[in-house]
Design a protein around this ligand. Structure first.
Ligand code: NAD
Length: 354
């Protein structure tokens, strides 16, 4: 396969971690007989410094022309005093909305080797947690009608969804479940919200198209509890925008290691944008200590969801697991007394295991 990737290293540790992801991706490509080409794009603070805006039209067009985008992180104190529309984060919003990426996948994985980093007890984690939050990204209360009364004493925000919006993301969740443990949990507030009842109805109608997948329902208040009480219940957790915003942060925190978690933003075709969930960590930029694993795992998601290369994706995930099992630790995931490696060595250790 020929893969054309738009690379957006961004700011802070972005360039450090993206180069390790590229190293691993190149190894996978050569090992499995694929070709991969890269087009590097400036976005975020680096683009502000060069062109005065966080994302130029040229950069956006290059991202659009690629098959998928691999992004590091954007932002940093240098640009913190700029007004909202000129801040580095605008580049991300510009890419996500401009590219029509309505579906966000956030895996939360607790590796047995790193269970000490999780705030959960060993008996709750069992042999390891591996769940996927599927969050609707372009609808719901964040995008609904909002306003204030004339006297400013009242305010409202509107949660609105169409069947079409629910169906397209539910399909993504069922398809993801098909290559995972074949369970989808729809998280909503159907005892109170009419929009949630539409979600239940729509997702239930779709379920028979995926007979191998078990569908269950959970109220969002219960789901927030079960994520810390019994995370092993979950495989794919499907939910609307605001609930997903909150639950995906909760799910990532139970893993205890921000440097390990990836995310994917997708749309109906195979196009996607892949990035670690952490920020640009300016405190450690350029020091060869950042953990590149979240970005390396983002490339695994890219191979799986944008190129349907399951074997290749698993090869990366297995290489990460094997490196962890052999004690490869960057500073953020090491416990006291453990030997640590730098960003580059961590990347090399994973590359060698492909
Ligand atoms: P952050 O995620 O950058 O850092 C939080 C803490 O985690 C820091 O101590 C950092 O050193 C550590 N950390 C983060 N990633 C790590 C890694 N891969 N390896 C080891 N340690 C890691 O969050 P922040 O400090 O709140 O934000 C810093 C900048 O990043 C801000 O400008 C913020 O706006 C931006 N940001 C960008 C994104 C993005 O690009 N998607 C997301 C969040 C924050």
């Amino acid at each position: 396969m020929d893969m054309r990737i738009a690379l957006v290293p961004g700011d802070g540790i972005g360039p450090d971690i993206v180069s390790e992801a590229v190293r691993v991706l190149d190894r996978v490509a050569s090992r499995f007989g694929h070709t991969v080409s890269y087009k590097e794009i400036d976005a975020g603070g680096i683009s502000i410094d060069k062109y005065g805006i966080p994302l130029t039209e040229d950069a956006f067009e290059s991202a659009k022309q690629a098959d998928a985008v691999l992004l590091g992180a954007v932002g940093g104190p240098k640009w913190d005093t700029l007004p909202g529309a000129k801040r580095p984060e605008k580049a991300l919003l510009g890419l996500r909305s401009g590219l029509g990426l309505f579906c966000n996948f956030r895996p939360a994985v607790i590796y047995p080797e790193l269970s000490a980093a999780s705030p959960l007890k060993d008996q709750i984690i069992g042999k390891g947690v591996d769940l996927l939050v599927v969050r609707e990204l372009t609808g719901g209360i964040y995008f609904g009608e909002r306003g204030r009364s004339d006297d400013g004493e009242e305010a409202y925000d509107t949660m609105r969804y169409s069947k079409a919006e629910i169906t397209r993301i539910a399909r993504k969740a069922f398809e993801a479940a098909m290559i995972r443990k074949k369970r989808v949990t729809l998280v909503d507030k159907a005892n109170v919200l009419e929009s949630s009842r539409l979600w239940r109805e729509t997702v239930s109608e779709l379920a028979p198209s995926y007979p191998e997948v078990t569908l269950d329902f959970m109220y969002v208040d219960n789901a927030s509890m079960q994520l810390v009480r019994n995370p092993l219940h979950f495989d794919v957790l499907l939910t609307e925008n605001m609930f997903g915003d909150i639950l995906s942060d909760e799910a990532s925190m139970i893993t205890g290691s921000i440097g390990m978690l990836s995310s994917a933003s997708l749309r109906e075709d195979s196009y996607g944008m892949y990035e670690p969930i952490h920020g640009s960590a300016p405190d450690i930029a350029g020091k060869d200590v950042a953990n590149p694993i979240a970005t390396i795992l983002s490339t695994a998601s890219m191979l799986r969801y944008s190129f349907s290369l399951e074997k290749e994706a698993t090869a990366i995930e297995d290489a990460v697991k094997s490196a962890l099992a052999d004690g490869v630790r960057t500073r953020d995931i090491a416990i006291e007394g453990e030997k640590t490696v730098g960003t580059k060595e961590c990347g090399r250790e994973i590359e060698e295991r492909i």
